[in-house]
Design a protein around this ligand. Structure first.
Ligand SMILES: *Cc1c(COP(=O)(O)O)cnc(C)c1O
Length: 396
């Protein structure tokens, strides 16, 4: 049995997206900027058809969609644009949260070095932002609020429409990194009252290296990449037509299947949560209700996440962890630290992000495997021995 349960890291392309991509590569090879011949015109038509379709899915207008190389670029462009606009008006305060994706946090760090003041809101034990705390953090010189729609590690859903309403009332730009939400939750940029929204194709069964940024008409947006006049001068570079077409097909498919996937996955997710809760000294990370249907994130005391992942792989299960090595840094996940997990506990964490086609049988296999491996790892863990002999106190 092979179970790919790391869909928050990336998804497999859908067959539809692959066939659209191949078809485009073979047949729609023109440069959309050269419309004096039909090959270029066909590419331009395809591009605009995709733009209109994506706009319709999120209740935007086609001219409000800028195609990018993915979520990271969209996040960078949104934040740097709003910051630049703010700076020109003497507004240099930005509000975000402690558990954003690094594409947001590192961009904010860069701005901080160039004179901006950044407030990172706490996200509490349940992994949800408190709108009252956001209101309290707002200042006269706040130029941007950026809060993710769904957290990529613990899957918690943020009160985006409420945040949007508060920002609009005060005339502050609001960006949301919706990379984990687009294709998974209904997105309506008008209802969310967001000015900017980032999305990435490879998180909803599209190809890697392509995404989009929604920018509300009239909101500021400056190019990160200078060059040609593509994307109305907001993003230079010949458009990635096969990627954009495949992303559009994948998004449409995800949206069409959204309700049925949610109905099917929710009980499977809850079954896994219930099963893993049976492991002593373990805890679910993030709110049990306000979370996307495919996300399970657990911490187990007395083990290392990397060892768990390696042994899970031997049982055919691909998952991820909030621990050091998997993220390529020495610190445990900033998301788990942000919800108040101790360093040691954060290291012993497991993220399962289910595929749309996950089954109850697979859920049982996951639960049985994790139980067995955690018990095995604890059997020779010095930390676990200290906990058992009372030398160290249990945290969970
Ligand atoms: C994956 C991800 C990104 C980055 O998207 P890329 O297309 O890989 O650059 C940004 N934000 C969140 C929440 C993500 O999950």
């Amino acid at each position: 049995m092979r179970i790919y349960a790391d869909n928050a890291a990336t998804t497999r392309m859908s067959d539809t997206a692959i066939s659209v991509m191949l078809d485009c590569m073979k047949n729609i090879y023109g440069n959309p900027s050269n419309q004096f011949y039909s090959v270029g015109q066909a590419a331009k038509d395809k591009l605009e058809e995709c733009r209109a379709q994506i706009a319709a899915v999120i209740n935007a207008e086609p001219r409000e969609i800028i195609f990018t190389s993915g979520g990271s670029e969209a996040d960078n462009q949104a934040i740097l644009s709003a910051a630049e606009y703010g700076r020109r008006r003497g507004k240099t305060h930005i509000i975000s949260t402690a558990f954003e994706h690094h594409a947001v946090l590192h961009t904010l760090k860069k701005l901080e070095k160039s004179g901006f003041t950044i407030t990172l809101l706490p996200v509490h034990e349940n992994g949800v932002v408190d709108v009252c705390e956001l209101v309290a953090a707002m200042r006269d010189d706040t130029c941007l609020v950026t809060v993710m729609t769904v957290n990529n590690e613990i899957g918690t859903i943020q009160p985006i429409a409420e945040i949007g309403a508060v920002c609009r009332e005060r005339g502050v730009f609001f960006h949301t990194d919706a990379v984990q939400a687009v294709g998974h939750l209904p997105i309506d940029v008008k209802a969310m009252q967001t000015d900017m929204l980032s999305a990435s194709a490879h998180k909803f069964h599209g190809p890697k290296g392509v995404g989009f940024l929604y920018v509300k008409k009239g909101a500021p947006v400056y190019p990160l990449i200078e060059g040609g006049a593509q994307e109305r001068g907001k993003r230079a570079g010949t458009e990635n037509i096969p990627g954009i077409a495949a992303m559009t097909a994948a998004l449409q498919e995800s949206v069409d299947n959204m309700d049925s996937v949610k109905a099917r996955l929710t009980p499977i997710r809850d079954h896994i949560i219930k099963g893993l809760s049976g492991i002593p000294h373990s805890a679910l990370n993030g709110d049990p209700v306000s979370r996307v249907c495919g996300n399970v994130n657990f911490s187990f005391e007395g083990i290392e996440g990397e060892s768990l992942l390696i042994l899970l792989d031997q049982k055919g299960i691909c998952a991820s962890s909030g621990s050091a090595c998997t993220s390529g840094s020495l610190d445990p996940s900033h998301v788990l630290l942000a919800i108040g997990r101790e360093h040691g506990v954060a290291h012993g964490s497991l993220r399962l992000s289910l595929g749309d086609d996950a089954t109850m049988e697979e859920a049982d296999h996951i639960v049985d495997s994790v139980k067995e491996i955690v018990a095995h790892l604890r059997s020779f863990s010095p930390v676990w021995r200290d906990l058992q002999t009372g030398k160290r106190e249990y945290i969970l």
